[in-house]
Design a protein around this ligand. Structure first.
Ligand code: ADP
Ligand code: ADP
Length: 221
C-alpha cells in the first residue's frame, strides 16, 4: 500500500465569474523510501497538488488517502492532527522563526507532545544534518544551506511518514542545493519516509527515484 494516494483528484477555484480547474483528475501515489519530484510549468497545479496531500486544502472531487486512510472525509480537527503527526513541510524560504535558536526552531512543532524528550531528538536531528556545532545559532547567523538543514530537521521532529517540499533548493546556489538534496535522500532512507518535492531544478530531478510532470492540471509521465 502506498503511503500517499490521489484518485481522480479535481480542484476547481471559483473567484467571481472566473473558474479555474487547477487539477483535472489527478491519479498519483508515492511509497515510503521514495523521493518523487513534481515538475511542470508555472500555473500547472503543482502547489495545488501539494496542498491536497498536505491537507492545507480540500479537493472539489476525488479521494486523497494517506497511509490507507481516506483523509478527504476528515474533520478540521482530524486534519490538523494528521498534519502534525504524519506530515513534514519544507519551504523555499525556510520559514524559521528569527528569534529562536536552531534547536528551538527544530523543537517547535513538537511542543504539544510532552511524552518524548524533544530536546534530545532535536539535537540528534541537527547533528545528523551536520549542524551539531550550530545548535544555539539563530537563523541570521546561519548560511542559506544551514537554514534549510534546520528546516529539514524541524520537518522530521514528529517522525512523519511523508515529507512535502516546495522548491526546497530554490533559494540556494547549485552546490548547496546538491548537498541539501543528498541529505534529504539519505534521511528518506534512514527514516523510511516518502518525499514529494516540487522543483524547477533539473539537478533535483537527478536525486529523485521518480519524476512526475504536471501540465495544465493533468499528469504527464
Ligand atoms: P503551480 O504551483 O504549478 O505554479 P498552482 O497550483 O499554484 O500552480 O496554480 C494552478 C492554477 O490554479 C493557476 O491557474 C492558479 O492561478 C490557480 N490558483 C491557485 N490557487 C488559487 C486560489 N486560491 N484561487 C484561485 N485560483 C488559484
Ligand atoms: P555559505 O558559504 O554556506 O553560504 P556563509 O559564507 O554564509 O556560508 O557562512 C559561512 C559560515 O559563517 C557558516 O558556518 C555560518 O554559520 C557562519 N555565519 C554566517 N553568517 C553569520 C552571522 N551573521 N553570524 C555568525 N556566523 C555566521
Amino acid at each position: 500500500m502506498s503511503v500517499v494516494e490521489l484518485h481522480d483528484v479535481v480542484k476547481r477555484y471559483e473567484s467571481g465569474a472566473e473558474i479555474i480547474d487547477a487539477l483535472k483528475g489527478v491519479d498519483f501515489s508515492a511509497d515510503r523510501g521514495e523521493m518523487v519530484t513534481v515538475t511542470g510549468p508555472s500555473g500547472s497545479g503543482k502547489s495545488t497538488m501539494l496542498n491536497m496531500i498536505g491537507l492545507l486544502d480540500t479537493p472539489t472531487a476525488g479521494v486523497v488517502c494517506l497511509d490507507g486512510r481516506h483523509v478527504t472525509d476528515f474533520s478540521e480537527d482530524e486534519r490538523t492532527e494528521e498534519r502534525r503527526s504524519e506530515l513534514g513541510f519544507v519551504f523555499q524560504d525556510f520559514h524559521l522563526l528569527p528569534m529562536l535558536t536552531a534547536v528551538e526552531n527544530v523543537e517547535l512543532p513538537s511542543m504539544w507532545d510532552t511524552s518524548v524528550d524533544r530536546r534530545d531528538r532535536a539535537i540528534d536531528l541537527l547533528r545528523r544534518v551536520g549542524l551539531g556545532d550550530r545548535l544555539t545559532h539563530t537563523p541570521d547567523e546561519l548560511s542559506g544551506g544551514q537554514k534549510q538543514r534546520v528546516a529539514i530537521a524541524r520537518s522530521l521532529i514528529n517522525e512523519p511518514d511523508i515529507l512535502l517540499a516546495d522548491e526546497p533548493t530554490g533559494n540556494l546556489d547549485q552546490d548547496t542545493g546538491a548537498t541539501i538534496l543528498d541529505e534529504m535522500s539519505r534521511l528518506k532512507d534512514e527514516e523510511n519516509i516518502a518525499i514529494i518535492a516540487i522543483t524547477h531544478d533539473e539537478q533535483l530531478v537527478e536525486y529523485a527515484d521518480r519524476v512526475v510532470r504536471l501540465v495544465d492540471g493533468v499528469i504527464r509521465t
